[in-house]
Design a protein. Structure first.
Length: 268
């Protein structure tokens, strides 16, 4: 079976740290019942006053990705200008809200009017635009960032990255979290504007969440109060049943999902 990030209930255990009835999150299989032979990789769920599905996203890999990548690599300062691509996704929606909490000016891009409205009305982005409606991404970015971009949170790659490089400010930071526009291409698109890394002394750094698992306690300390006080919004796109999981996965690559894509296999 395919593996992925999930939430599960322990039905039986021979491991001293996990007991029958415990709720856990971590890498599980796409199946109704799984035998997990490396339970050390799981996190025992302690806080059940929030939706359990949150542990697949805002309190799981997506939340840690947004938290660690934005605060550790982007190093935001109050007043920074921040651009987030794929901004309505599981990670992007959180990065934008973290940036606003840090006192930044934030613009996001997404692929539909519904998602653009979500960014501005629900997630508090200062501005947002539909990249599919823009004839020239360079002109679009200059419209929203007349003085340039301090931080680019990269999720898509390709033409968007090329346009952003032209619009970065001196000593800007680019955190490369993903490049979803490139994953299924037989030949990835080339980038033409790398010279700006030199001219503007830009720092561009790749990110893998596995390097930051030690920051989970800091994430929880920061984000649980925000969730409980209603100061952060998190949108999930839930489909029912394991049979619908393949279509939900494929839909990610055409932008069908709005927010974090979740598959509900069982309900208590």
């Amino acid at each position: 079976p395919i593996s992925g990030y999930g939430v599960a209930k322990v039905l039986d255990s021979t491991h001293p740290d996990f007991n029958k009835g415990d709720l856990v999150s971590g890498i599980t299989n796409w199946e109704e019942y799984s035998l997990i032979t490396n339970p050390e990789s799981l996190i025992k769920i302690q806080h059940t006053d929030v939706p359990l599905s949150y542990y697949t996203g805002i309190l799981g890999m997506a939340g840690l990705t947004a938290y660690a990548c934005f605060y550790e690599i982007c190093a935001p300062k109050k007043g920074d200008t921040v651009f987030v691509s794929a901004a309505s996704g599981a990670v992007g929606q959180l990065v934008g809200q973290f940036a606003k909490l840090s006192g930044c000016y934030v613009v996001g891009s997404a692929g539909s009017k519904e998602k653009v409205d979500l960014l501005k009305n629900d997630f508090g982005f200062d501005e947002a635009f539909n990249y599919k409606e823009e004839q020239d991404l360079d002109i679009a970015l200059k419209r929203y960032f007349p003085n340039g971009i301090d931080i680019y949170f990269e999720n898509v790659g390709g033409k968007m990255l090329d346009a952003v490089l032209c619009n970065m400010r001196v000593h800007g930071r680019i955190a490369v979290c993903g490049m979803i526009s490139q994953y299924n291409l037989n030949r990835p698109e080339g980038i033409n504007n790398l010279m700006f890394l030199i001219l503007k002394r830009i720092r561009m750094e790749g990110f893998l969440v596995v390097d930051y698992h030690h920051l989970y306690p800091k994430l929880f300390e920061m984000i649980l109060p925000l969730i409980r006080e209603g100061k952060i919004t998190y949108v999930e796109d839930t489909v029912e049943g394991l049979d619908n999981a393949p279509a939900a996965l494929v839909g990610l690559f055409s932008g069908r999902n709005v927010g974090k894509q979740v598959v509900a296999i069982a309900h208590e």
